[in-house]
Design a binder for this molecule. Sequence first.
Ligand code: ZN
Length: 114
Amino acid sequence: MKYLKNILARLKIWSGPQRYFRYQFEKDIPETVAPNKIFIIGEPCNQWLSVLKCPCGCGMTINLNLLNEASPCWTFFISRQKISLKPSIWKKTGCKSHFFIKNGKVKWAKGQHL
Ligand SMILES: [Zn+2]
């Protein structure tokens, strides 16, 4: 177990802050959220949540509501196999990361350089 943890820690150093995301559709929230994936949760006609790991490397999982009856609410777009999310994602607690996901790429908001 300790051995595995060491490997994971090293992988984290090698990969650095996350710069790209892929997407994956799931019916339920996955037990482990891969750091390079944005999960879109729900049935095809009722996608209600998006789950991703904060790209700064802090390890926090971010849940984004996709239902427009609730606020705040995000919308995702897929174009040429790449995902975009609107509006930007701004963590008010913890690492306070503020970033955009555009065409699968993480774009840091002004003043945030990672
Ligand atoms: Zn973070």
